[in-house]
Design a protein around this ligand. Structure first.
Ligand SMILES: C[S@@+](CC[C@H](N)C(=O)[O-])C[C@H]1O[C@@H](n2cnc3c(N)ncnc32)[C@H](O)[C@@H]1O
Ligand code: SF4
Length: 431
């Protein structure tokens, strides 16, 4: 109750709105075309919602893979691509991310066709960033992944001790994951990222240290290390009736992350986002890197300056809508200038550094006039360095400012994704 009140107060302070309302007011293709008119470049996100099995902690939109559904899904995504061809009008696409679910379930079941089609129909100026699963790194799959133009690959390793893999129900052992990663690392990828979950029940400092050293010794280019979040609508979230003391949890996570920071910094990595460390000299693996993007596929979200809209989360309904030549968009929200600014700031903080001049170019407002007071306080308590143009978060600032952001995002994700996962066409979702 208290946290709800505090969340509302702070959200109102930054967005100048009492609440953020997503509703089923669907933008027409003409309106979307108008929004695109003065966009210079954009990113594309493609969602592949299939997994071989479902993990109990996972908040993402996914269902168990079926050959038949994935074939129909491929046809639907290709039609959605067609609908955007005249709207994009050859604008350069400078970032392309395929996430899921587990996109590599569709190797041999339509993924290659979708990617080739995207490169044929849009003006693609970038390589593919692709999410995958440790069990999918077989020699034939790696051949296919490389042939698709993937240069940036992420692998959901999640844990490097068998007892933790067992707790989160991942279907492999540490020995197997290491063998498969070695195979991938011998290929020609620019960057291989591994996802690693920490703050698992009973996890010790020694285990975190061992996992950190293992990651470095394996020769990966990047590690994204997330604390395990418990989303109430997941099985793990429902089963964890008492999540423990929130403050104690934050301090414990800070301690664990500090151990990983030290190991990665000592081994020639630098921080590339709140949770990620990348080997110096490597281009980082990350989701869409440009501020404006188009989301394709089920639950794909599109952000076009002053509007954000999101496709239905139901695979069956997505396919049905596209077959009937209806837009698969389920919810949209018009973003006021204040909301766009708050959103911009949220993502730049996630990247841990940004330039005030970029903000000023985008919004034509002085950054210091808009946020000077708040950022001066953060500078004084050592959370960031506030230069004449560049703002850079310290390690401590990165953790605590993000912990603060999580206070909002987990609640927002829970409401938006939680509702959309149960209702294919919700009337509205209020954040
Ligand atoms: C779409 S999955 C990655 C690809 C693939 N599906 C897999 O699981 O190997 C994205 C990543 O989100 C992270 N993730 C999933 N559930 C999470 C949770 N509850 N808390 C924190 N991170 C989570 C995991 O690290 C996971 O690898
Ligand atoms: S964590 Fe990955 S494999 Fe597990 S359900 Fe989520 S998307 Fe699928």
């Amino acid at each position: 109750m208290v946290s709800h009140f505090v969340r509302k107060k702070i959200s109102r302070h930054f967005t100048r709105q009492n609440e953020i309302v997503f509703d089923n007011h669907i933008p027409s293709l003409e309106l979307i075309e108008e929004k695109f008119r003065d966009i210079r470049e954009l990113g594309i996100y493609l969602h592949i919602p299939f997994c071989n099995r479902i993990c109990p902690y996972c908040p993402y939109n996914k269902e168990v893979f079926s050959k038949e559904t994935s074939r129909k899904y491929k046809d639907a995504v290709m039609k959605e691509i067609d609908s955007y061809v005249p709207i994009l009008a050859n604008k350069p696409v400078t970032s392309f991310y395929i996430g899921g679910g587990t996109p590599t379930t569709m190797i041999g079941n339509g993924l290659v066709e979708i990617i080739n089609y995207i490169y044929k129909r849009f003006n693609m100026n970038c390589f593919v960033h692709l999410e995958s699963h440790p069990n999918h790194l077989t020699p034939p799959n790696l051949d296919a992944i490389e042939a698709m133009g993937v240069k940036y690959l992420s692998v959901g390793v999640e844990a490097l001790q068998d007892r933790h893999l067992k707790y989160i129900e991942r279907p492999y052992t540490v020995a197997e994951v290491k063998k498969n990663l070695e195979r991938a690392l011998a290929r020609n990828f620019e960057c291989i990222n591994i996802d690693y979950l920490f703050d698992l029940p009973g996890q010790t400092v020694a285990e975190i240290e061992m996992a950190g050293r293992d990651m470095v010794n394996m020769g990966i280019h990047q590690a994204a290390t997330y604390p395990l979040f418990r989303f109430p609508y997941t099985r793990l979230g429902r089963e964890s009736k008492n999540n423990g003391n929130a403050i104690a949890t934050m301090f414990r996570r800070r301690k664990f992350l500090k151990i990983l920071e030290d190991i990665f910094y000592d081994s020639g990595f630098e921080r590339s986002s709140v949770w990620a460390f990348t080997k110096k000299g490597t281009n980082k693996y990350c989701s869409v890197t440009v501020p404006l993007y188009l989301g394709l596929g089920v639950s794909g979200g599109s952000y076009l300056k002053d509007i954000f809209y999101i496709n239905t989360f139901s695979v069956a309904e997505y396919i049905k809508a596209i077959e009937k030549e209806k837009p698969p968009i389920a919810l949209s929200v018009d973003l006021s200038e204040e909301m766009q600014m708050a959103g911009w700031l949220y993502w730049r903080i996630y990247e841990t550094r940004f330039r005030k001049s970029d903000f000023e170019e985008r919004f034509k407002v002085s950054f210091d006039r808009k946020y000077g007071k708040q950022f001066n306080i953060l500078t004084q308590i050592g959370f960031l360095k506030n230069g004449s143009d560049q703002i850079r978060l310290s390690d401590n600032g990165t953790f605590w400012i993000h912990a603060f952001e999580d206070f909002f995002s987990i609640d927002y994700i829970n409401k938006l994704w939680g509702t959309s996962g149960f209702e294919p066409w919700p009337e509205k979702v209020v954040l």
